[in-house]
Every structure is written in structure tokens, then in C-alpha cells.
Ligand binder design. Structure first.
Ligand SMILES: [Zn+2]
Length: 328
């Protein structure tokens, strides 16, 4: 996935800080150990000297050299053994005096075998999504804050709007609780103010807390960002499109509020289709019905949604209006 220069720099900075922190902590541990076991300083020196001495073997005859190297080896191993005994005396683990890097693979350098280490890749991803989240005007909601009493309780053909909402709520809660990338995609349809955004953002928040990469924004903003990127008007270098297509969960809010153009039409199909092919879930909320999606966009888009998405129909009166009436 491509990233901006800023994201790369920030990641390197964090990795450098991790390494310094690990080394400083280790230096502190060693200083403390030296004060309780002064013998350690001499043993450590012996280890270092035995390694340095080996170079002298170059000027010796082959037999002498072998004997000399063997002596140094014994010195080194003895010093190591004595250090182990000192640690045992204090019931300390064998690796107590070693640096504990947060990533043992690259020892907090960010690189392993001349390639970006997996810890580095993970960090770049997290930073990019954090940055994208900051740019989104949408704020997370909580499942706990969802109120059912705004939904009418009177039953129409056996089911009330409130009962329906309870079903939808349970679906969404379960979706978030058991989330993994094999989850289904979801299309939330219904008029404005029925809680679609609340529930989709509650899912997004929970899924992020589980450590997945989530991108959420309004359809309008997503298309604007993609368009800027496509036509070279942003410095994101394809990074945004990669996030949209490859994140673990994509939440597109309020599809249909944007101005539909050839670009948005093609971009939407590409997003839906690519993510289905990659086996990654998407949540779309829209005031439009599937029929209206077909009319506004295209049959191939509505067909992909009908075929692959779980469809949640939100019904009732605008709860935002009910809330403000209540507040009056
Ligand atoms: Zn690493």
C-alpha cells in the first residue's frame, strides 16, 4: 500500500523512539544490577576482552592459534556462565540483562533483511488510518447510547418499528462483536434520521478497537478524495484509494447525497466490486432504496448489492425530529 511522505516519516520517528526507549530501559537495568552485583562489570569486561583477543591468533602458528582460541572461548563461556549464576542468585531470568525490543525481529530498526519489517508495515497502516479518521467529519457512536424509545411501539401487521429496530440493533451488535474480515457486507437503507449512521459508526468504533483497519466517511467525501487523487490534486499518491479498497472494513455513509457523475458511478462500482473480490466487508448506508440506487447509479451496482450484501431496512419517523420535539 502506498503512503504519504509524512506517514513514512512519522512511522520512522516512532520506531526510533521505541528503540531508544528499549535501550535506555536496558541501560538502567544494567546500572542497577552493577550496583547490587559489582562482579558483573568485571565479568562483562572479560567477555568483551576474550572476543577482542582472538585477533592475536593471526600471528601464531596454527597449533598455537587453535590452543589460544580455545582458551579465549573457555574464558568467554566461563564469564557467561558466571553471569548466569549471578542472575540465578537473584532469581532473575536469563535474558534479564538483554535489551527487550518491542519487535525482536528487527530490533526496533524497522527493517529486516533489507526490507520493511512487518512491525513497520503495521505501523504505517495504523498511522494512515488514524490520519484518515481525523479527516472524517463523522464521530464514533456507541451501541450503549442507542435509544429505542424514539421508535413507535404500535404494531403494524404484528410488528412495531421498535421491534424492527431491536432486530437491526442485535444484528449490528453481533456483527461488531464477532467481526472478522469474512463478515458479510451490509446495506442500510431508510429515510434520514432513523439511526443508520449511529449504528454503522458504532460498528466502526468497535471494529477499530479490535485492531482492524477501518475507513469511514461520507460517500461525498470519499468520492472527492478519490477524484483529487486521480487527477493529481492531492499528495496522497494513491494511498487513499488503496485504503478504500484494502481496509478491513469500509463504511460509506449517506450514499446518494452526493452529486452522481460518471466518475462517482465508476468509482462506486469499483469499490463494491473490488472489495467483494478481495472478500472484504463494506457497510453502506443510504437514504435511497435499492430501486433508487439502480435508477441513480446502475443495475450492475444494485445487482452486486442484492447478491452479496445483507440488507437492513430502517423504518419509522425521523428520530432526530422526534428528539428535537422532545427537547422543546
Ligand atoms: Zn520489526
Amino acid at each position: 500500500m502506498p503512503y504519504t511522505k509524512e506517514i513514512y516519516e512519522k512511522a520512522q520517528e516512532i520506531i526510533d523512539e521505541r528503540r531508544k526507549a528499549a535501550e535506555n530501559k536496558n541501560a538502567g537495568i544494567i546500572r542497577l544490577f552493577e550496583t547490587i552485583e559489582p562482579e558483573y562489570t568485571a565479568l562483562k569486561q572479560e567477555m568483551i576482552t576474550s572476543v577482542k583477543e582472538v585477533v592475536k591468533a593471526i600471528d601464531m602458528s596454527p597449533e598455537k592459534a587453535a590452543e589460544f582460541i580455545q582458551q579465549q572461548k573457555i574464558k568467554n563461556l566461563t564469564a557467561q556462565q558466571n553471569i548466569r549464576l549471578l542472575l540465578q542468585k537473584h532469581s532473575l531470568p536469563e535474558d534479564y540483562l538483554e535489551i527487550k525490543y518491542s519487535c525482536p525481529v528487527c530490533e526496533d530498526t524497522g527493517f529486516s533483511e533489507n526490507k520493511l519489517c512487518t512491525c513497520h508495515i503495521q505501523l504505517l497502516k495504523e498511522l494512515a488510518f488514524e490520519e484518515a479518521g481525523k479527516k472524517s467529519p463523522l464521530k464514533f457512536c456507541l451501541f450503549e447510547d442507542f435509544r429505542f424509545d424514539y421508535y413507535p411501539d404500535e404494531k403494524i401487521s404484528g410488528v412495531s418499528a421498535r421491534d424492527r429496530m431491536r432486530d437491526i440493533y442485535s444484528f449490528c451488535k453481533e456483527y461488531a462483536d464477532t467481526f472478522d474480515t469474512s463478515n458479510s457486507s451490509v446495506f442500510m437503507t431508510g429515510k434520514t434520521g432513523l439511526g443508520k449512521t449511529h449504528l454503522s459508526l458504532a460498528i466502526a468504533g468497535d471494529v477499530i478497537r479490535k485492531g482492524y483497519t477501518v475507513l469511514y466517511n461520507s460517500a461525498q467525501n470519499i468520492f472527492t478524495m478519490l477524484q483529487k487523487e486521480r487527477f493529481g490534486k492531492s499528495d496522497t499518491n494513491g494511498a487513499y484509494e488503496a485504503m478504500v479498497l484494502e481496509c478491513d472494513l469500509l463504511v460509506i455513509d449517506d450514499l446518494g447525497a452526493e452529486f452522481v457523475t460518471q466518475f462517482t458511478n465508476a468509482a462506486l462500482y469499483n469499490i463494491i466490486n473490488t472489495r467483494i473480490n478481495l472478500g472484504l466487508p463494506t457497510i453502506i448506508s443510504s437514504n435511497l432504496t435499492l430501486q433508487e440506487i439502480e435508477n441513480e447509479y446502475s443495475t450492475r451496482i444494485s445487482s452486486r448489492i442484492i447478491g452479496e450484501y445483507s440488507i437492513l431496512c430502517f423504518e419509522g419517523k425521523d428520530i432526530r425530529q422526534l428528539k428535537s420535539e422532545n427537547d422543546d
